[in-house]
Write a protein that binds this ligand. Structure first.
Ligand SMILES: C[S@@+](CC[C@H](N)C(=O)[O-])C[C@H]1O[C@@H](n2cnc3c(N)ncnc32)[C@H](O)[C@@H]1O
Length: 280
């Protein structure tokens, strides 16, 4: 466990490490629960299996895994954010999922991921944030046991939009994209998964999946507002916006949401890919 003491590197992660951001991650995870459950079922994650959630964050996918592998299975979450992982583990144990464990680990470190081999190695919305995603993907593939599966889901941010367009939403999306770009995020990581699988030596995916989500602004506005607030400190630090401009656009967006509550907000696409490792 290489970074328990070191923790996340400042400035290398565009999102916040705050209670509101952790709540945003939980809400986002609930939104994508059917899309992720579908892939876990697609690869046959079942009773007694062992699995890793790489970049587990608040542990919502660990819960989906625990429900599938049952008490005889094993679920490990790994994340560089040790306090978030500890909170996730406490909540999972309190809910009776005693087969779950957590490892504080920097997945970009040049060393094997802990706890392998696994029947399923899964990562959601992780590669997007990493400077050398193919190198991490290769290590995740190394942690898959013979006959097991690698499963990845990640965003393609290009689809995020309100239509007909609103200047306020377009400005918020500009700031979000700028803040991600400033720290080297790959905003098309999802669409790039087959390419990343090839670069990592995994080979062509056995299957791919594209999940979408569209909500009226009255419902979906919180997703955009929370993401904007989460990246804002980085956006200001990198000169993409100012605190005053951010306050103004949030106020304008609030007025637009009140005027056009039914206008559809399209989320980023969540794109999945999976691969089974041949038995030796
Ligand atoms: C956007 S969140 C996604 C969380 C979770 N996978 C989900 O979909 O709900 C990205 C997660 O990746 C973690 N992360 C970022 N860089 C990491 C690294 N180098 N090693 C391990 N975890 C990392 C973050 O701490 C965060 O919990």
């Amino acid at each position: 466990m290489n970074t328990v003491e070191a923790g996340p590197r400042p400035g290398s992660y565009a999102l916040g490490r705050t209670a509101p951001e952790y709540e945003r991650l939980r809400a986002q995870a609930r939104a994508w629960e059917p899309a992720t459950g579908r892939l876990l079922d697609q690869v046959g994650l079942g009773a007694g299996a062992s699995c890793l959630d790489a970049g587990c964050g608040p542990g919502e996918v660990m819960r989906l895994m625990a429900e599938r592998v049952g008490p005889q299975g094993r679920v490990l979450g790994a994340d560089v954010d040790a306090p978030l992982g500890a909170a996730a583990l406490a909540a999972l144990h309190a809910a009776g999922h005693r087969q779950c464990d957590f490892a504080a680990h920097d997945l970009t470190a040049d060393e094997p991921v802990p706890g392998g081999p696994f029947d399923v190695v899964y990562a959601r919305l992780l590669l997007f944030h990493l400077p050398r995603p193919a190198a991490v993907l290769a290590r995740l593939w190394d942690a898959v046991g013979p006959g097991g599966h690698l499963v990845v889901q990640d965003y393609d941010l290009r689809s995020a939009s309100v239509l007909p367009g609103l200047d306020s939403a377009a400005e918020m999306l500009r700031v979000i994209a700028g803040a991600f770009a400033a720290v080297g995020c790959d905003m098309q990581a999802g669409a790039r998964l087959p390419q990343l699988f090839a670069e990592a030596g995994v080979g062509p995916p056995d299957g791919t999946d594209v999940a979408g989500r569209m909500e009226p602004l009255a419902v979906g506005r919180t997703y955009l507002e929370r993401t904007f607030r989460s990246v804002l400190p980085g956006g200001v630090a990198h000169g993409i916006t100012t605190d005053a401009a951010a306050s103004a656009v949030l106020a304008e967006f609030g007025q637009d949401c009140a005027r056009f509550p039914d206008r559809p907000l399209l989320w980023p696409l969540l794109i999945g890919a999976w691969k089974r490792k041949e038995r030796a």
